[in-house]
Design a protein around this ligand. Structure first.
Ligand code: DP6
Length: 357
């Protein structure tokens, strides 16, 4: 029997507090601005990927995602596989003793452990896990930052999931993309009190995909130019300072302003794109009420390309933040709170899945 080579890995979900929105090069997936995210705990939200290869395998590479065959003929997945293989070929050329596994077909099996109903984008964790698993299978010596440049080509936000904690994706300026990469701003242990609450306003698949939405924004929004020239550079600087100083009020203000700025450029897109809905706006008001009642900023909302809300807060304010949301969801007409909570290590996560009916 021919040997089967195997590696398994997990990659976590990340939620940006300074958002990536816009590509300057769609082929290499180079962004129009830098971004910064918090990686959530792997205990609750992660993709588990196993990559195997063998001389006994025949045919093309395959991917099985959550139990079903998945099409990997797209340019983005192919770019990741091509780059990883090229790195393995280089390793094999250097060391003649190594088995020539780069020529074997790959069988990749991937599972998300978060409910699809959580409505969370899975491409970030998915591509990060795919790249890490194959890099491990090929025993590549490359650093997470080097691998982030490959994951970026699968999905931009995926490059940030190669790290835990607080992660910046530096946009870079080179045309070849070799300086567009993820770097660690601070490990999770730097600010272990950080928590995230995920509120699901709708588990339905989003109307306009990130890839297409951001291209429309780049092409038509004047506000977008202001965002990438002035707003994001300011937010990146303030956010890095806030994380370094563990200044939650500052972290929260920049998080909320950046989410507002991003959704404003979506509304300024022609025709406009609306990701947030009435439920999302109710969550914004709830966060404002929580902060007003506390007399200081203890909660921060942020929204990606969909209506679901992620609320960041500190562990000591759990009762005020999560408690208020549970009460609100349970008592507001039209809401049904189906709460699921998790506690975990790393950047700890408390998740409430609340479904609007
Ligand atoms: C709003 O990374 O999904 O979540 O590079 O086209 O795959 P592609 O886009 P993707 O966009 C994420 C957009 C965002 C903001 C963010 O995560 O920074």
């Amino acid at each position: 029997m021919a040997e089967i080579y195997r590696a398994s890995t997990t990659a976590p979900v990340n939620i940006a507090v300074v958002k990536y929105w816009g590509k300057r090069d769609a082929k290499l997936n180079l962004p129009t601005n830098s971004s910064l995210s918090v990686t959530l705990s792997q205990a609750d939200l992660r993709t588990l990927t196993t990559a195997t290869c063998s001389s006994s395998y025949t045919g093309e590479d395959t991917l099985t995602l959550n139990g079903a065959p998945s099409d990997i003929s797209g340019a983005r997945t192919q770019a990741c596989l091509r780059e990883l293989r090229a790195l393995r070929v280089a390793v094999e050329e250097k060391d003649a003793e190594l088995p020539k596994i780069s020529s074997f077909p790959l069988r990749i099996v991937s599972e998300n452990n978060f409910p699809t109903a959580a409505g969370l984008a899975s491409s970030a964790a998915g591509f990060a896990a795919l790249v890490r698993a194959i890099a491990d299978l090929y025993e590549l010596p490359n650093s997470p930052t080097e691998l982030s440049m490959i994951a970026r080509q699968g999905s931009g936000s995926a490059c940030r999931s190669l790290f835990g904690g607080y992660v910046a994706w530096q946009m870079g300026s080179q045309a070849d993309g070799l300086d567009s990469k993820a770097v660690e701003v601070a490990p999770a242990s730097h600010w272990p009190e950080m928590r995230a609450l995920v509120l699901v306003a709708s588990a339905a698949k989003k109307g306009v995909s990130s890839t297409s939405g951001m291209q429309q924004t780049v092409g038509t929004s004047d506000l977008f130019k202001e965002r990438i020239t002035n707003v994001v550079p300011k937010h990146m600087k303030l956010m890095e300072e806030a994380v370094a100083a563990r200044d939650f009020a500052k972290f929260a203000e920049v998080t909320m302003k950046d989410s507002n700025s991003f959704h404003s450029t979506c509304a300024d897109t022609y025709p406009p794109i609306y990701y947030m809905n009435d439920v999302s706006r109710a969550a914004v008001r709830a966060v404002e009420a929580i902060n007003a009642a506390a007399g200081k900023t203890i909660a921060a909302y942020t929204f990606d390309a969909g209506p679901n809300c992620v609320v960041y807060y500190l562990e000591k304010d759990t009762a005020a933040v999560v408690g208020t949301f549970y009460n609100l969801l349970a008592s507001t007409e039209g809401w049904k709170a189906e709460a699921k909570s998790y506690a975990s290590s790393g950047v700890q996560l408390e998740e409430a899945v609340a479904t609007l009916i």
